[in-house]
Design a protein around this ligand. Sequence first.
Ligand code: AFP
Length: 344
Amino acid sequence: MTKPISLTRYLIEEQHAGRINADLRLLIEVVARACKTISHAVGKGALGGVLGDAGTPGAASINVQGEAQKKLDVIANDVLMEANAWGGHLAGLASEEMDHSQPIPDAARRGNYLLLFDPLDGSSNIDVNVSVGTIFSVLRCPDGVTSPGDEHYLQPGTAQVCAGYTVYGPSTMLVLTVGNGTHAFTLDREIGSFVMTTRGMRIPEDTKEFAINASNQRHWEAPVQAWVADMLAGKDGPRGKDFNMRWVASMVADVHRILTRGGVFSYPLDAKCRDKGGKLRLMYEANPMAFLVEQAGGAASTGRQRMLEVQPTALHQRVPVFLGSRNEVATAIDYHRRHDGAGG
Ligand code: AFP
């Protein structure tokens, strides 16, 4: 049996193959190291005093999204900010937890990449000991820009040079793409390093499993109502097969399941989030996941457009999301096309 390789060795091999440069390699190493620190904090749970809301009792701290921040949201954001600010590989960072992006201070050596992240996705699951995760995306800083502002991050997902997530579950896993397949690394807690456990994850083209928050059903658009109703009708319905349903409410955990065994994940437009454009964030949730899923042979769409081709207009922009097994994503798109074509 061949010995599994470490994340460090994988990245060096990618550099030697000319697919990444030394700066991007070191940037990914810094992010991975920060994720180990977050994993440690998440793993301590109640013993570390890290559960519950940030802020003071009766005055919970609210983030830019208007959501109550958990203590671990704040800790994870601080860890990623601190680790990346002085690494020398970045021109700027942007986080779900901050109103605006931050250029790297003049005092620090500045690099050519922009890092976007959701420091702790699924944080409503923290207090109930269910998997949460960190999602990240790396873009190039446009040429000639030395102090990037929010507008310099507004690049479509096709411009990503790297995307990944870390899922803090029974084991901590880092799933990564630099545009040459999607690979999974498991944290070896004894030696403290990520070890490759799946090279080239593949999402089966067909599936019988879908993930959606069904409590929003009455608020969905008509094509989503029809798509889900036909899946629920099972063998006796137009799809002619029974479907199973899963919903963790941590996108990282739901996407990890899909990358591992297939399925389709959707957070569609609904009446509650229509004014915002959707629930999930394009730049640091949908785009990195879309890149990982496409690199594993799956598909990702808003229902009406390939996710990676959406031209962002705002840093915290939200979008509807359909991703996973390519044939089921195509089916969801088809329901939208037929509905829109019928003048709906
Ligand atoms: P938080 O990071 O604010 O907990 O949101 C998690 C999330 O963005 C995504 O990870 C889940 O898929 C989705 O929200 C769950 O949303 P519902 O609570 O509406 O099911």
